[in-house]
Design a protein around this ligand. Structure first.
Ligand SMILES: Cc1cc2nc3c(=O)[nH]c(=O)nc-3n(C[C@H](O)[C@H](O)[C@H](O)COP(=O)(O)OP(=O)(O)OC[C@H]3O[C@@H](n4cnc5c(N)ncnc54)[C@H](O)[C@@H]3O)c2cc1C
Ligand SMILES: NC(=O)c1ccc[n+]([C@@H]2O[C@H](COP(=O)([O-])OP(=O)(O)OC[C@H]3O[C@@H](n4cnc5c(N)ncnc54)[C@H](OP(=O)(O)O)[C@@H]3O)[C@@H](O)[C@H]2O)c1
Length: 264
């Protein structure tokens, strides 16, 4: 078995989660970057869409909704890895959106990838959640920033397979208008599908923003998310802290995990 030693390195001052583990290279696929397209206007923490070509004969299907792949990259002789959630799976290609954190260890490596570069990818595991198109009458989604990634394939799937009977609400939290990923596409989708409503909340918007402000709180949840009842589900995704806070909020409002809400 061909392996590489993988070390998760953390910068000074952060909790040391260092661990060495062997990576079984036979489980990885060498994928080629075929395009990189900007998705937001933010220059400090831009988000870009990376489209990768899989090797011939390899496919990730059937679509594992919301499950992440692992991207590997080398830095100073070390192999680093991080999870990313494909928003599009095609027969031989997939796309991930990656936000750049200038002081991060891994996202700068991804943003430095050039078209034609080849990187090792570990395919997604089995789907944790299935969302049948006649299973629910109302699906709510709470996403923070690039945490919208798993919501995109869910929305695409449900809008493609559903009748107008399923109500869909996305509560999408961002800092500023420049950070909102896919705003145009989401606005077009909600104009086309009357059962879809997208509610933007901005925490650091300028004076020109006339929409919702602040962070996701009890009031926004009760106004836009389905109440905890049968045939309703709330999906949440964001940073560890966002998910922790939203789980606590939902539980304090009577939602039960994996029954009324699901955390990606
Ligand atoms: C299941 C899963 C799916 C994911 N999908 C996506 C996706 O589709 N797209 C995407 O862009 N990302 C996704 N992520 C996040 C991704 O895996 C990386 O964590 C992200 O790219 C940041 O990595 P980094 O090494 O560049 O930054 P890091 O070094 O992890 O730092 C990121 C930011 O957090 C700050 N930070 C780091 N550690 C601490 C700490 N202990 N205390 C305070 N601040 C800290 C840093 O200063 C920096 O600003 C996903 C994560 C998971 C777990
Ligand atoms: N499957 C997964 O687990 C998965 C998939 C994709 C992405 N992700 C994660 O999603 C995260 C998205 O981060 P981002 O940098 O794009 O977001 P961000 O721009 O930092 O924040 C987006 C919005 O969320 C608010 N917010 C921040 N912390 C919050 C909290 N604890 N509770 C409620 N609201 C909060 C922010 O408000 P303020 O301006 O007040 O901070 C801002 O309005 C990343 O950490 C990524 O790892 C996870």
């Amino acid at each position: 078995m061909e392996t590489v030693s993988h070390n998760h390195k953390h910068k000074e001052g952060r909790k040391d989660k260092s661990k060495k583990e062997e990576v079984d290279m036979s489980k990885l696929h060498l994928c080629k970057l075929i395009s990189k397209v900007p998705l937001t206007k933010n220059v400090e923490n831009p988000v870009a869409l990376f489209r990768f070509q899989m090797p011939e004969g390899v496919t990730f299907g059937p679509t594992p909704i919301g499950q992440s792949i692992t991207i590997f990259a080398q830095n100073n002789g070390m192999t680093l890895k991080r999870h990313y959630t494909p928003i599009v799976y095609e027969k031989d290609c997939f796309e991930v959106m990656v936000k750049l954190y200038g002081d991060g260890e891994f996202s700068p490596l991804v943003h430095a990838f050039k078209e034609g570069d080849e990187v090792y990818i570990k395919p997604p595991k089995k789907t944790k959640i299935t969302i049948g198109h006649d299973e629910f009458s109302h699906v709510g989604m709470i996403a923070g920033g690039v945490g919208v990634a798993p919501m995109i394939p869910v929305l695409t799937y449900l809008l493609e397979h559903n009748t107008e009977n399923l109500k869909l609400d996305l509560l999408f939290a961002n800092k500023t208008t420049d950070d909102v990923i896919y705003k145009e596409m989401l606005d077009e989708l909600s104009a086309k599908h009357k059962n879809l409503n997208v509610h933007y909340i901005l925490s650091r918007a300028g004076d020109d923003w006339s929409g919702h402000r602040g962070r996701v709180d009890r009031e926004y949840v009760s106004r836009y998310m389905p109440a905890p009842k049968e045939k309703a589900m709330v999906l949440i995704c964001g940073s560890k802290q966002m998910k922790k806070d939203w789980v606590a909020l939902l539980e304090s409002m009577g939602y039960e995990r994996n029954k009324n809400f699901f955390k990606f």
